[in-house]
Design a protein around this ligand. Sequence first.
Ligand code: B12
Length: 216
Amino acid sequence: MSTEKEVLAKLRDAIVNLDIDGVKKAAEEALAAGIPAYKAVVDGMAKGMEVVGQKYEDGEYFLAELIMAGETMKEGMTVLEPHLKAGDIKTAGKVVMGTVRGDLHDIGKNVVATLLKAANFEVIDLGVDISAEQFIETVKKENPDILAMSALLTTTMIEMENVMKALEKEGLRDKVKVIIGGAPITPEYAKKIGADAAARDAVEGIRICTEWTKDK
Ligand code: B12
């Protein structure tokens, strides 16, 4: 029988090694050993995601590994999620996200959503082709800390500006931080439309979101 520390290390290593079978086994072992599911997520898998993020920044891992790590994390979550009790994990903050109207690209957005969840954020992912009205309606209803938008087309990035204008018009601009991302997005564009930040990739995006909510 492994100790708690050993099982948590197995969970972490399974994420780092992108080991889908291993993460399931380690998650089951954690539950069998009486380790609370939230602990297995926070002190096991999420620690692994931190290592993966670092490896990506160091140029040792690439996008394919980031996506695989996200998939591995999802697999572990299928075992652990039913055992998570509401309120167990203090969320880092709430994020409403989506790909803007007219744009169906969601692979990058999904990587961002997975990494945000791994960093303890509550994520409301609206999906793709989301209009300014849908973003506004959800911000009003959910009162998130952060609104995160993705666009991959030069023809759809302009939608982000429409969302910014709508936030302003509805008096919501000061209530939510806005981060944008996607291949054509630059910090200059974020500045131009009045968003708070643009992220080059998911890891930078998560770092910015964590920084914004660290004093919550
Ligand atoms: C896969 C793909 C598709 C798939 C999308 C599948 C899906 N479920 O997403 C399909 C085949 C459907 C598709 C369709 C089209 N596509 Co396409 N597609 C791509 C491709 C090859 C890869 C995009 C991708 O997934 N990359 C991998 C992800 C992980 O990277 P990413 O999206 O950039 O995300 C990272 C960062 O940008 C960032 N990020 C992204 N979003 C966000 C959001 C936030 C908040 C943060 C913090 C960070 C962040 O983090 C991510 C991870 O680090 C790109 C080319 C390319 N190399 O980018 C073309 C590309 C984007 N597509 C293009 C085009 C033209 C189209 C079509 C118009 C083609 C057509 N004629 O039908 C249609 C448009 C459909 C539509 N209405 O959206 C062009 C866009 C050109 C332009 N400048 O506008 C590109 C650049 C190809 C090209 N060189 O011409 N496409």
